[in-house]
Design a protein around this ligand. Sequence first.
Ligand SMILES: *[C@@H]1O[C@H](CO)[C@@H](O)[C@H](O)[C@H]1NC(C)=O
Ligand SMILES: *[C@@H]1O[C@H](CO)[C@@H](O)[C@H](O)[C@H]1NC(C)=O
Ligand SMILES: *[C@@H]1O[C@H](CO)[C@@H](O)[C@H](O)[C@H]1NC(C)=O
Ligand SMILES: *[C@@H]1O[C@H](CO)[C@@H](O)[C@H](O)[C@H]1NC(C)=O
Ligand SMILES: *[C@@H]1O[C@H](CO)[C@@H](O)[C@H](O)[C@H]1NC(C)=O
Length: 694
Amino acid sequence: MLLSCLGVLGGLLVNIATSESTFTPARPPSIPLAVKSPYMSTWFPVGSDSGNGGYLPGQWPSFYNGHTIGWAGLIRVDGNTFTWMGSPEPSRAPNANQVTFEYTSTKSIFTIEVDAKVSMKVTFLSPVTPKDLKRQSLVFSYMNVEVESLDGAEHDVQLYTDISAEWVSGDLGSVAQWDFGTTENLSYHKLWKRDQGLFQEVGDQAEWGSWYYTTDTKQGLTYQTAAADDIRMTFKNDGKLANSKDTNFRAIQDSWPAFGYAIELGKVGSDSTSTLFSIGLCQEDAIQFLGANGLTNLPSLWRSYFADEITALSFFHKDYTEANTIATNLDNMIATDSKAAAGDNYHILTSLAVRQAFGATQLVGTEEKHYVFLKEISSNGNTQTIDVIFPATPIFFYLEPEYVKLLLDPHFENQESGHYPNKYAIHDLGAHYPNATGHEDGGDEAMPLEECGNNLIMILAYVQRSRNIDYLKAHYPLLQQWAEFLVLESVYPAEQLSTDDFAGHLANQTNLGLKGIIGIEAMSQIAKLIGEDSDAQNYTTISHDYIKQWQALSHQGNFDFPPHTILTFNDPATHGLLYNLYADRLLNTSLVPQEIYDQQSAFYPTIKQPYGVPLDTRALWTKSDWELFCAAIASTETRDMFIDDLAKWVSETTTGRPFTDLFETPTGKFPESIQFKARPVVGGMFSILALQHA
Ligand SMILES: *[C@@H]1O[C@H](CO)[C@@H](O)[C@H](O)[C@H]1NC(C)=O
Ligand SMILES: *[C@@H]1O[C@H](CO)[C@@H](O)[C@H](O)[C@H]1NC(C)=O
Ligand SMILES: *[C@@H]1O[C@H](CO)[C@@H](O)[C@H](O)[C@H]1NC(C)=O
Ligand SMILES: *[C@@H]1O[C@H](CO)[C@@H](O)[C@H](O)[C@H]1NC(C)=O
Ligand SMILES: *[C@@H]1O[C@H](CO)[C@@H](O)[C@H](O)[C@H]1NC(C)=O
C-alpha cells in the first residue's frame, strides 16, 4: 500500500520506501539471468559501480560488458500495473517489491511482492549438462514465473513480459527483422538482424543467427510486436495485447520494437499458477576452424540432434520439467560436495562460477566429430586460449573430464596438420572468437613455457581420469615436442610472458619454471602409460634433477621470515602466489617436497590484504582463480583464509560485472584500466573438488 502511493512520486522515493531484499547464499557482483554461451550472456548488474544492488524491478539487464539488453516484466493486479523486471516507464508502472534473491549453480530466483496482494517467484534457469551433449548443445534458457495470493484474497491478475531487439546485435542502428509463429502448443517471437553478419561481432554480441522468445499457447495468451512504449501502455490499459504484428522492420533503437506476451491469469488465490518462457539463440554455423581439412565452417552441434530451429526450441521448452530436475540434482550435488569439502563460504564461490564457466563455451561440429570451443571473454576475445582453459579445468575435471579433451582436440588438429610453425605450444586458435583460424605465421601472443606446461598437465590429468590411453598414443610426437621444449627452457626461464600477461614480461620466473618442470614429470608419466619406458625414465630423471635446482633458485638470496619462494630468481625482495604447485597435487606427481607446501601456507597469511593475497610484488591486485589453486593445496587454516576473504569480496565488491577474476586486494575494486569479467577461469573455484573427486 505504502509502495503504490509513493510509486507515483518517482523512482528515488520508491527505492527508499522499498524494504530490503535478502540475498542467499550471498549478494553476487552480477546475477546470471540467461547465461549459456559467449553470445547468450545476459546478466543483472548488482555492485554499485554499475548495478542497483540486485533488485530485478527497476533496472535493465545487460550483456556481460554492460550493454543494455531489453527484457521487461509487468504485472497487473486488480487493475494496477507494476514493474517486476527492467525499467520501463517507472512513473507509469511503479516497481514491485523484491523481498528475496537466491542463486544456485544453475538458477537465479527472485521473490517479488506486488502491492501487498500477490507474490511472484521468478526463476531464471540456464541448464548445465556437460554429460548430456544434446541438452548442453542448445543455447537456450528458461524463465519461469509463479504467482500466488499474498493476503489470502483472490486477485485479478494479468502477467506481461517483452524483449527488445537489443538481443540481435551490438549495433543499435542496425535493422532488426522479426516474425511470430506457433507450433505444437507453443507461441514464439522470432527476431534477427536483417543483414546477417556471419561470424561477425559488434561489441562482442553476435551479428548472426535467430533469437526466439517462446511460451505455451493457452487460453488467455495474447501477443504483439510494437514500439516498446506503445505495447506496454496497451497492457497497462487493457491487461492484454492486440495479437498483431508490426511489420515496419527498422533499427533496434528506432522507437524500440518490442516482442511481448500478456497472459490472463484470472482470479489468483493461494494456489500458485506458473507461466514458462524460454529464450534462445539458433546459429546454423558457429565457428570458423582451421583444422585437418583446411578452413571450414563448423555447425552448431544442436543441428545434429534437431531437424530445424523450431524442433530445437520445441524440445527445449517442453523439456522444462526434466531439465529442472536435472538442474536441481546438479545444484544439490555441488552444494553438498562444496560444503563437505570446505564449508558454506566455499559453496558461495563454486555455485556462482558454474553458469559463467560453461557460458564461455559452445558445442560445435557433428555427433561423430564435435568440439567444445571457448571464448577468452573480455580480456581480448581470443578463441580457445590455452592459459584460459587451464585455470577453468577444475570445474571440468569435477563435472566431466571429457570436456577437457573436447577443448584440446582442436588444438591438436590445428598443430598436427602443419598450421603452426613454432616448436612450442600455440597460445590460442584465433585472435577473435568465433574465428579459430589459427596462426600460420606463428605470430600469436607468445607464452611458450606456460602453454607447453599447461598442455602436458591438462592431458595427463584428463587421461588419469578417463583412462583414455589411446589419446596419448595418437598425440605422442607433439607431446614429446612440447616436453623437449620444456627440457631446454625450464631451469632458467627466458624473459617472457606468463599467463599473467597484464603484469608484464619477466625473466627467471619461479612459478613458471615450476610449471615447466612439473610438465616434464607429466611427460614421464604419459610415456609410462603407453609403455615408452625409457622415455619415462629419462624424463623423470630430468624433472627430479631440475626440481632440486629449482628449490635452490626459488629461494635464492631470500632470508626473510617467514620463508617463501621469490617471484624471480635472485630477487630476494619479491614474492608471489605459487599457484603452479597445484599441478603437482592434481597429477599426484609428488615432485615437490611437502615442506614447500607448508612454507607457502605459513607465508600467505602474513601478506594478506582485506580481500585476499596479492598475486605478486608488482601490484596489490590478485587473481581469484590462482588464489583458489593455492587454497586447494594449503593447510586448512590458510585454505579457509583464501576462501573466506574471497566470499567476503563476492558480497562486498562494488564491481557490478560478472565475477571478475582480477581485483585490487585492499579495495575489492577493478584495477584502474583493466576490467576482466565473465571469464571462464572462475571454473578454478572447483580446485578443491577436482582434487577430491578424481
Ligand atoms: C497440445 O496440448 C493438448 C492439451 O494439453 C494435448 O492434448 C496435445 O497432445 C498437445 N499437442 C502437442 C503436439 O503437444
Ligand atoms: C571472423 O572472420 C570473418 C572473415 O572470415 C570476419 O568477417 C569477421 O569479422 C571475423 N570475426 C571477428 C569477431 O573478428
Ligand atoms: C636468470 O638467473 C640466472 C641465475 O641467477 C642468471 O645467471 C641469468 O642471467 C638470469 N637470466 C636473465 C634473462 O636475467
Ligand atoms: C633424454 O632426454 C634428453 C632431453 O630430451 C635427450 O637429449 C636425451 O637423448 C635423452 N636420453 C635418452 C637415453 O633417451
Ligand atoms: C599417488 O602416488 C603415490 C605414489 O607416489 C601412490 O601411492 C598413491 O596411491 C597415489 N594417489 C592417487 C590418488 O593416485
